[in-house]
Ligand binder design. Sequence first.
Ligand code: 77L
Ligand code: MG
Length: 214
Amino acid sequence: TRSTRPQRMLKAVQKKATKGDPESVISAIDYFCKHSEWAMNVGDEKGSILDSVVTEVNPSTVLELGTYCGYSTVRIARLLSPGTKFITLEFNPANVTIARQIIAYAGLQDKVTVVEGSSGDLIPQMKERFGITTFDFIFLDHWKDRYLPDIKLFEECGLLRKGSVLLADNVICPGAPEYLEYVRNSPRYESRYYPAHLEYTKVEDGLEKSVFLE
Ligand SMILES: O=C(NCCO)c1cc(-c2ccc(F)cc2)cc(O)c1O
Ligand SMILES: [Mg+2]
């Protein structure tokens, strides 16, 4: 039966990238998405903004919502200091399987834990299951209608501290209007928009960075 797009993306990585070299894995995926098939990775333009925020925060604890095939997971993990706790959540089991292989191909399997399940179920389990007190950096890139309920869940579960940084992808396209309205109007966050484009296209999109102030 016909392969899936994530399976074809993995094949492209195995064909074009060098095992253990995260930069070559990132380049192979971007090449695949530019020349073969579009896919919903954060991409190179927004990925560079992600890189700069991760580098600036230099987090000890990181959570990614929406692993997909592991492209942004590799981008983040390659920048982390040794001993950083990095967890990424993915709802779709087929994506988990591909992501684990792409992350392993980059040689970053020891830097990150890929957890299968829904953010709504897993966020309240972070403390007990993974020994997390608070997250220094959170990358939101999962279902856009989950951004708002999940940021409220972070607050309710006491998973944010003064200075925690949340970076949200796709706030324009596909869009997360309720999330934007919340972080931009809440006195508990300092928010800033980074204009860019939808991955591999000329369509307007961007990232919203929000710092928890409480
Ligand atoms: O749904 C998304 N992610 C959660 C599922 O893993 C997602 C979708 C799109 C996108 C799709 C279809 C289109 F026409 C435009 C944008 C882009 C993204 O960056 C995304 O993260
Ligand atoms: Mg995205």
